[in-house]
Design a protein around this ligand. Structure first.
Ligand SMILES: Cc1ncc(COP(=O)(O)O)c(C=O)c1O
Length: 374
């Protein structure tokens, strides 16, 4: 770490392992299958750690991820972004190459496009109908007629109506454990209701797929759910700390940077990690806003009390004391190396082509590549 290029992205393998173990034990204890979301790590060695913990099916957020992970031997993939008609031919190509790909949709136009493409390409798309459980983003209302109409359109074209899925994005606004537990119960109840309606209309709909890291962490009863798709849990981040999902000691990625100057009149440090290195994600606006664009650690990973990245430009980050006290600049001469914990792990990791990997039992650093693009 003393010699590495800055800014660079570091992954603590022991923490990743612990995060995977904790989530997998929790969910397997609740009797559900895990379908981890790979959008956070986008890296095969991390997926292999999930496999070692028992995962055999996965979720992706781009077709680039689907192609990358399929080429590396993962064959059961859910592409969990509503399907764009223009992506149906690339999906068919993936399926023809042996990928058990499932797609999602939440409207009749998309259902008709999938039906038309199924006839045109002579493929049977496997589809989960997306349900809106909290008004946060996309999905059919669970009690709407169009849900059943979409299922019929797909079925008549020979597609497989595999079931329903949702993502409880609203859980990110919770401020206490009760709210998180309610969000988890609501995520379950909404999808189970939608699946029951499909079954009452003659569709098998065997899959009930839910998942966000906050609700997966706080779920206590998943009766009726068949699989859960957390993603951020693998690295954790400051948003998750703010929600009470984990502690800063669980965060498994950090950005290594170096002090390049001082703003002496303000008692602030300038480092070579701006938004290109950290992302511009301000974290969760519902939280107390004490993290700025990331919290600051020493090289050993110990949090430096009160220090946060207050401002970011493209390649500059300004580190200030949260309470407005002047930092003792003599403790951080130019050349000092620091590590920044991410607000949003997916966004920060996306700034890099790969991870420098550290672990307690490993002397030499490994480098694990990530896939990128769409
Ligand atoms: C469809 C879907 N499933 C699962 C997840 C995973 O949620 P989290 O990042 O909270 O683990 C996401 C996150 O955006 C998602 O969009």
């Amino acid at each position: 770490m003393q010699q590495a290029n800055t800014p660079s992205l570091w992954l603590d393998r022991d923490r990743v392992e612990a995060n995977i173990r904790r989530m997998h034990e929790h969910l397997l204890g609740l009797g559900v299958r895990l379908r981890p979301h790979l959008k956070t790590c986008k890296s095969m060695p991390v997926a292999q750690m999930m496999q070692a913990a028992g995962a055999s099916c996965f979720t992706v957020s781009t077709l680039a991820e689907a192609r990358y992970f399929h080429a590396q031997g993962l064959h059961d993939l859910l592409y969990a972004v509503g399907i764009a008609p223009g992506k149906l031919e690339p999906c068919a190509a993936l399926m023809r190459s042996g990928c058990r790909l499932t797609i999602t949709l939440d409207n009749l136009t998309a259902a008709s496009a999938v039906a038309a493409a199924a006839r045109q390409h002579a493929v049977s798309y496997r589809v989960l109908l997306e349900i809106d459980c909290d008004g946060e983003r996309a999905g059919f209302a669970p009690d709407t007629k169009t849900l059943i109409q979409a299922a019929r359109i797909l079925d008549q074209a020979g597609c497989e109506v595999a079931g329903v899925m949702t993502h409880a994005g609203g859980s990110y606004h919770c401020r206490d454990r009760d709210c998180l537990r309610r969000a988890a119960d609501n995520e379950r109840d909404t999808t189970v209701l939608a699946a029951q309606r499909l079954r009452a209309h003659g569709f098998a709909a065997p899959v009930v797929s839910i998942g966000s890291t906050p609700t997966a962490s706080f779920a206590g009863d998943l009766t009726g759910v068949t699989e859960v798709r957390p993603g951020t849990y693998v690295f954790q981040d400051l948003v998750m700390v703010g929600l009470g999902v984990c502690t800063a000691d669980d965060i498994a990625i950090s950005v290594l940077c170096e002090v390049i100057g001082h703003r002496a009149e303000h008692g602030e440090l300038i480092v070579d990690a701006g938004w290109m290195a950290l992302s511009r994600d301000p974290g969760n606006s519902d939280q107390d806003g004490q993290c700025g664009f990331g919290l600051v650690c020493d090289l050993a990973g110990g949090l430096l009390d009160g220090l946060q990245v207050r401002h970011v430009n493209q390649e500059h980050g300004v580190i200030a004391d949260h309470a407005g006290r002047a930092i003792d600049l003599s403790a951080f001469p130019v050349g000092t190396r620091l590590r920044i914990l991410p607000n949003h792990a997916c966004a920060t990791a996306a700034q890099y082509a790969g991870y420098h990997v550290m672990a307690a039992d490993q002397d030499q650093n490994l480098y694990w590549e990530r896939c990128s693009g769409w």
